[in-house]
Design a protein around this ligand. Structure first.
Ligand code: PLP
Length: 385
């Protein structure tokens, strides 16, 4: 049985992207690899919608969150961390670990950051930076990033954005919205193996970089930028060469589908997932107004453990779902629907969920989820005609 990976990262890697990653190793300081590097960074830059250079690192997403902090801030800087869950908390802790004076504001898990909350805090103090998670993967909450950026607009605070589980699936307009630092990683919506992360910084963030005093070496974005600007485009340290090969192909697939279409596919998948789980008598963690396009966290029904549900769905049906994180561990399960995920995958997931819930003694029509999800896809297909 083919395993269907529906965790919120790493995400399924399609065959041509996997095959690209198996190409022979090469000299990472060669004209051939420089071309790959340039193509990938240019492609990612289009998704960011920025004129700024995109800075790559060999790291997971957490590494590049650290890069966002140490490149722009100094110990003692006042930082407002707006957290909606486990990843917002992580961003906040990184800033604190490097000596920022962090005001940690955590909203109820399952909701996003209301504009008024940001406005209220910006009135109270002068912050050097605001940290925000575009899409909170632990709760399935998607913030209204353009509105938050608008609320911050006339303040000097830099807006540092974790877009790890959104960029490539949810529209984001770095320059248009005035975002200062945006970070993402290869193993989420970009549908590649883990190992490469990206950062882009606004002009304001590059100015902040010049005076920022947090310790940095590996994450020094100026050093990366200098290497990229060599006549032979390169990185200061060895890049994850194979992942770049995969990225080159994946970005081409995204271009072929059309980025707008890719984003709309994610929105549709998320609607179908929510309709499906509701039809199975389950409740998403996120309020509908904050519902994420890329991941749905769902409360476990009474008397059903995460291990039993996630375990059986995997063993019997080959569908791999995720458990909960942080304080939601043991209380929710999560369905990732980002990257190379298609309607038939959502239907297979709903089929498995319905059957397993029934096996575990939940009084439910096992087909209700598939049918509800299919109705969402059918109604959209009808609209498109
Ligand atoms: C996955 C993810 C990260 C990074 O996690 P890593 O395991 O370090 O790659 C950061 N933020 C969000 C919102 C994520 O979903």
């Amino acid at each position: 049985m083919d395993e269907l990976l529906l965790i919120p990262g790493p995400t399924p890697v399609p065959l041509p992207v996997r095959e690209a990653g198996s190409r022979p190793m090469t000299n990472h300081r060669s004209e051939a690899f420089a071309r790959v590097l340039r193509t990938v960074l240019e492609g990612v830059r289009e998704l960011y919608r920025t004129r700024q250079p995109v800075i790559p690192y060999a790291s997971s997403g957490t590494g590049v969150l650290e890069a966002a902090v140490v490149n722009t801030l100094s110990p003692g800087d006042r930082v407002l961390a707006l957290s909606c869950g486990a990843f917002g908390n992580r961003f906040s802790r990184i800033a604190r670990a490097y000596g920022a004076e962090v005001t940690h504001v955590e909203v109820e898990w399952g909701t996003g950051v209301p504009l008024e909350l940001l406005e209220e805090h910006l009135k109270k103090a002068d912050y050097r930076a605001v940290l925000v998670t575009h899409n909170e993967t632990s709760t399935g909450v998607q913030n209204d990033l353009s509105a938050l950026a608008g609320a911050r607009a006339d303040r000097p605070a830099l807006l540092l954005v974790d877009a790890v589980s959104s960029l490539g699936a949810v529209p984001l307009d770095m320059d248009g919205w005035g975002l200062d630092v945006v970070v993402t990683a290869s193993q989420k919506a970009l549908g590649c193996p883990p190992g490469v992360s990206f950062l882009a910084a606004s002009q304001g963030a590059w100015e902040a970089y010049r005076t920022a005093r947090m310790p940095r070496y590996y994450w020094d974005m100026g050093m990366v930028q200098d290497a990229l600007r060599q006549p032979l485009t390169q990185t200061p340290f060895t890049p994850a060469v194979s992942v770049f090969y995969s990225l080159e192909v994946s970005l081409e697939l995204i271009r072929q589908e059309g980025y707008e279409a890719v984003c709309q596919r994610h929105r549709l998948l998320s609607e179908a997932v929510r309709a499906g789980v509701r039809a199975l008598g389950l409740r998403p963690v996120a309020d509908e107004r904050w519902a994420s396009w890329t991941v749905t966290a769902v409360w476990l029904p009474e008397g059903v453990s995460a291990e039993a549900l996630v375990g059986r769905v995997r063993e019997r049906y080959g569908v791999v779902l995720a458990g909960g994180q942080g304080k939601l561990a043991g209380r929710v399960f999560r369905i990732g629907h980002l990257g190379y995920v298609w309607p038939q995958d959502v239907l297979r997931c709903m089929e498995a969920l319905g059957a397993v819930l029934r096996e575990l003694g939940v009084a439910v029509d096992p087909q209700a989820g598939v049918e509800a999800a299919r109705r969402v896809f059918d109604s959209r297909a009808a609209q498109a005609v």
